[in-house]
Ligand binder design. Structure first.
Ligand code: BGC
Length: 741
């Protein structure tokens, strides 16, 4: 065994030495212009994902002034562009990147929805499928995973992330990187991952996109940085800088962030790419006067590749001539970029990802669609089911009402890459294919705000006529139940889609109210890219489920859930507030010096709303019920090098088989810096048949108790701890133990 390992290591180091020789000699042969070209990433005109487009990118490829392209895919198109690169003097292959965020052709639920599955192997599998499809379609590199922790649902980009929890974010970051990159980047079905947006983008003030971030180092290290670090440790080949500032300096020009922390402290070996024109944006940020200064700051900070800004392309040469930057700095950046191309095998065969036949046989395979359906089923979160309105019987007659009931485009959500929405399944289609008698009416527009409709690319219609038609459908044709398909359209979340009011838009509320007045039982099926404020809906509607944007198979999956073919098991990974005034709101809050006391005026609370959220982190119901036995600990003290076992028996006491996610939280009661009331430290997703029970066990060691102490050391401090377990962050049992010095 040892012998094989030694041989492998030897072979590995020989391969490394060969790579180094090859790339170093290539760099020696490159002119300064050719080197700078390798650091220039431009968008093609196939898709545009930012405010600015350079028309003559093809000219730049031909002249060797561009080393990587994004927003271009298909074997034919990438081959055509690669052909151009092969006409350059050194024939250095192009690298093709794209935002493959939740699937490439087969679209899975938006990441926030997928996170609610709490199913790590499944999340790895969807990344694997995304990589299979993207690589078959000419791509080498995805701008994913996005692991920005966010506590503000006004920010539209919470749709792209995994919610508010750091620990869960770390687990997901790891499986995503593994899913994309596999074990071997040289395999033609693996792609480079890109952890983004480095760093802290999720903490922008007031949830307004691209806004300021201001945060203590402690907060960074404890809550916001760990998921990026986890992705780096999992071997993420690239990292993307964020638009925001970090401690007063834009991330893209922040040497502490990109060099001291990322490279030196964390040992990141890949290359760093900017976000879309974020070098240029350091000018309006007010940190540099012009692009010349911007290029210098970015390169010195540790940025290797300039996305779409052409700042490196236009400024680096002069900076070298002016002796502002040594060529060595450019060589190092070029090396890292070439190394990624080398690892992908592009120097051996620049066309190895341009296989038309593979694309045709891999994309949207039935197995992929099946995984998409399963993931969408598992991402659905049941928030309420009063009187067991759900599941619906197969014989039921359904009136399906709402602007999201039959909208193919909305099903695949935002950042749906090369997803073809015409292949997505709507809820109407899903119910019909399940053999349900269903009549559909749109009932309202997504919003009556004509300006917003324009921005969303939607046609304005006659809402009174729509409402009348819907009420006719509800009243007139013997419907037993009304399934309302309401929420946001896909363009209302994602990038540049912040909202100050995160409720269901007024047009749809009017429709909901009118339908409720008919007295028919209503099931509210929500489509949304963020937590919504649902106090009114929760008070008036008997059954509510959140389906996010479920992807290509959304309609099938939601129908499966509505009809009880799949028992819902999703649990929220982001808190649903009661109103916008409670934001930022998150489960791992601190106690404060004046914790809430209803009878004491001078304690931390609002005059006009409760402190607690409407639906807490970790929350989600099932058609069955689970009973939790007492939480038990193997001992009530633990040594620094010891461990404890926590166990709890969960019984399925209801009428359906189902999944339950048992969650484990910890609290450090007294510490050198104040610690939150609870922090997720583990979970187990189990499947129980009705009547079945299972003992769920967790092992706790001092590693689970660590945090950044008063001196920013990552340690566990002796003292009292509380361990909590339950079906969500609110309904937990608590036991105490002591960590001995
Ligand atoms: C987004 C990134 C994305 C990039 C390329 C930017 O606007 O912030 O997340 O990867 O565009 O499309």
């Amino acid at each position: 065994m040892k012998c094989i390992l030694a041989l492998l290591l030897l072979a590995g180091s020989a391969a490394n030495a060969q790579q180094q020789r090859l790339l170093t000699s290539l760099i020696q042969r490159m002119t300064l212009d050719e080197k700078i070209g390798q650091l220039n990433l431009l968008t093609s005109d196939m898709d545009v994902t930012g405010p600015f487009m350079k028309e003559n990118y093809k000219q730049d490829i031909l002249s060797g002034a561009c080393g990587a392209i994004f927003n271009a895919y298909t074997p034919q198109y990438t081959r055509m562009l690669q052909d151009m690169a092969m006409k350059t003097r050194l024939k250095i292959p192009l690298l093709f990147g794209y935002d493959v965020i939740h699937g490439h052709k087969t679209i899975f639920p938006i990441p926030l929805g997928e996170a609610c599955t709490w199913d790590l192997p499944l999340m790895e599998k969807t990344a694997r499928i995304a990589a299979e499809e993207a690589s078959a379609d000419g791509l080498h590199w995805t701008y994913s995973p996005m692991v920005d922790i966010a506590r503000d649902p006004r920010w539209g980009r919470v749709a792209e992330g995994v919610g508010e929890d750091t620990w869960l974010g770390e687990q997901i970051a790891r499986v995503k990187v593994r899913g994309y990159q596999g074990n071997d980047l040289a395999a033609t079905n693996t792609i480079l991952a890109c952890v983004k947006h480095f760093a802290l983008y999720g903490a922008i003030e007031a949830g307004r996109d691209y806004n300021t971030v201001d945060m203590s180092r402690r907060q960074m290290y404890q809550y916001y940085l760990p998921p990026y670090k986890a992705a780096v440790e999992a071997g993420a080949a690239t990292a993307m800088t964020s638009f925001n500032e970090v401690d007063g300096i834009p991330a893209t020009g922040n040497r502490w962030l990109l060099t001291e922390l990322l490279r030196k402290e964390w040992g990141f070996k890949g290359f760093v790419v900017t976000d879309y024109t974020s070098i240029n944006e350091m000018i309006p940020h007010g940190i540099v006067k012009n692009e010349y200064e911007a290029a210098e700051l970015a390169l010195k900070a540790g940025v290797d590749m300039d996305m779409q800004g052409s700042v490196y392309a236009t400024q680096l040469k002069k900076l070298v001539t002016d002796k502002k930057i040594p060529v060595k700095l450019i060589d190092d950046a070029v090396y890292r970029v070439l190394e990624a191309k080398y690892k992908l095998g592009l120097f051996q065969d620049p066309y190895r990802y341009c296989d038309t036949q593979r694309a045709a046989s891999v994309n949207m395979r039935p197995e992929h669609l099946q995984v998409a359906r399963e993931t969408a089923q598992r991402s659905v979160v049941l928030l309420k089911n009063e009187g067991q309105v759900l599941p619906l019987k197969q014989s039921v007659k359904v009136a399906l009402i709402g602007p999201l009931g039959d909208s193919q485009r909305d099903m695949i959500g935002n950042w749906s890459a090369a997803g073809d929405y015409k292949k997505s399944v709507t809820l109407l289609q899903g119910l019909k294919e399940a053999g349900i008698t269903v009549t559909y009416a749109q009932g309202a527009q997504v919003t009556s705000d004509a300006q917003l409709m324009g921005k969303l690319g939607l046609q304005v219609g006659d809402e009174d006529a729509m409402l009348k038609e819907a009420l006719d459908v509800v009243r007139g044709r013997g419907a037993d139940v009304v399934v309302m398909a309401l929420g946001e359209s896909q363009g209302m979340s994602g990038e540049a889609a912040s909202r100050s009011d995160i409720g269901i838009p007024a047009s749809q509320k009017r429709l909901l109210e009118a339908v409720l007045q008919t007295g028919k039982p209503v099931v509210l099926t929500l489509f949304n890219g963020r937590p919504l404020t649902l106090e009114w809906e929760n008070a008036h509607v008997p059954a509510i489920l959140v389906t996010w944007f479920g992807g290509t198979q959304a309609g099938h999956a939601i129908a499966d859930v509505l009809l009880g073919k799949f028992n819902p098991s999703g649990k929220l990974t982001m808190t649903f507030p009661r109103n916008v005034g409670q934001i930022p709101i998150y489960y791992n809050r601190k106690n404060t010096g004046r914790p809430l006391d209803a009878n004491n005026k001078y304690t931390s609370k609002y005059l006009d709303v409760a402190n607690d959220p409407l639906f807490p982190f970790g929350f989600g119901l099932s058609y069955t019920t689970f009973e939790y036995g007492p939480l038990q600990l193997s001992a009530n003290t633990m040594a620094m090098n010891g461990s404890l076992r926590a166990s709890i028996t969960v019984t399925n006491t209801g009428g359906y088989d189902g999944y339950e996610t048992v969650q484990l939280y910890l609290r450090d009661v007294t510490a050198s810096v104040n610690r939150p009331l609870q922090e997720l430290r583990g979970f187990k997703k189990i499947f129980l048949k009705k009547g079945e029970k299972q003992e769920v066990r967790f092992e706790i060691t001092a590693a689970d108790l660590k945090f950044y102490d008063r001196n920013m050391r990552y340690v566990a401090e002796p003292g009292e701890f509380r361990l909590q377990a339950g079906p969500n962050s609110r309904d937990v049992q608590e036991v105490k133990f002591e960590l001995k010095p």
